[in-house]
Ligand binder design. Structure first.
Ligand code: NAP
Length: 291
């Protein structure tokens, strides 16, 4: 039997459709459109592409977007001042500082400067702290982890008491996903680069979330039959037959896992589609909180 394919494209569209309705409601009730400010520092091509996609998504959903493109050599105080001005700007509901920032910038200090009620990326240390604490909830959940949880919810996976294994412990994906799974009452194991026997953990997992950045690390013979797999990884693999000379693959070997898993996300077309949709949802939430 073949696993069900979890279609991130359809689920992300569902989230965006919900946001579009929410934005229209806000317009009708308060004559107000949510506003997202993006801050892009330097000329990292991938970052610039992500930011452009975020602006396009805003436009499609009726969200105002305000762009700040800053030079790579901007000073720490100047960048902090810009974030503080956005905090004080009543037309801005959400602030997104595109990561990574240049090496000379203290990233944590910048993220801590963002007003909690405008932290639509969910990376403010207080938001992450609340995610980790029992009985507390963050105002905003980081977008890619929120997208993973929405994919699991839409798939109908019962997380209560489930064995969940998260591969990777980064601040932006692995750690928040693990905290969210724990909040959803899963029993969570975090696997990282120092873990001694990754396969022994994978084999008992009902749910696997892979966020490692190693192409096709997880093979079909490492997983439990029927497991649900969420593949966050985006890796380039050389492919002379592809137009660009490479193709994108996940951290999971899709072809060998497909006959064993119960449900699985493809790459591309899985988690990648969710991140921007969840950012739009967070921006709408920020605007609603204002009223
Ligand atoms: P990261 O910061 O590089 O973290 C990678 C994590 O994987 C680390 O915790 C590392 O462990 C762990 N790791 C490395 N080698 C391992 C191994 N052999 N076995 C088990 N764990 C291992 O990466 P990230 O930013 O979380 O991103 C992970 C992947 O997700 C990347 O492919 C990235 O492109 C993708 N991504 C996708 C989206 C999206 O779809 N929207 C968003 C963000 C990231 P240590 O902590 O011990 O070093």
């Amino acid at each position: 039997m073949s696993a069900a394919i979890i279609d991130g494209k359809i689920i992300a569209q569902k989230v965006k459709d919900e946001v579009k309705v929410g934005v229209a409601d806000l317009q009708a009730s308060h004559h107000y459109a949510p506003g997202l400010a993006t801050v892009l520092v330097g000329d990292n091509t991938a970052s610039a592409t992500y930011v452009r996609s975020k602006h396009r998504a805003c436009q499609a959903l009726g969200i105002r977007s305000i762009s700040h493109e800053l030079p790579a050599d901007i000073s720490q105080p100047k960048l902090e001042t810009i974030v503080k001005e956005l905090n004080d700007d009543p037309d801005v509901d959400g602030i997104l500082v595109q990561l990574p920032l240049p090496g000379h910038i203290d990233e944590e200090k910048i993220l801590s400067t963002i007003d909690l009620v405008k932290d639509v990326d969910g990376f403010h240390p207080v938001n992450i702290g609340r995610l980790a604490m029992k009985g507390r909830n963050p105002l905003f959940i980081p977008c890619t982890p929120a997208g993973c949880m929405r994919l699991l919810a839409e798939t109908g996976v019962d997380l209560n008491g489930a064995e969940a294994v998260v591969l990777g412990r980064s601040n932006i994906v692995g750690l928040p996903v693990a905290l969210l799974l724990q909040k959803a009452n899963a029993t969570v194991t975090i696997v990282h680069s120092r873990t001694r026997n990754m396969e022994s953990h994978l084999r008992r997992a009902d749910v696997i979330v892979a966020a490692v950045g190693i192409a096709e690390l997880i093979k079909g013979d490492m997983i439990k039959p029927g497991a649900t797999i969420i593949d966050v990884g985006i890796n380039r693999q050389d492919d002379p037959s592809a137009k660009r000379g490479y193709r994108l693959v996940g951290d999971v070997d899709f072809n060998s896992c497909l006959p064993i898993a119960g449900a699985i996300t493809p790459v591309p077309g899985g988690v990648g589609r969710m991140t921007i949709a969840m950012l739009m949802e967070n921006t709408l939430k920020a605007a609603r909180m204002k009223f």
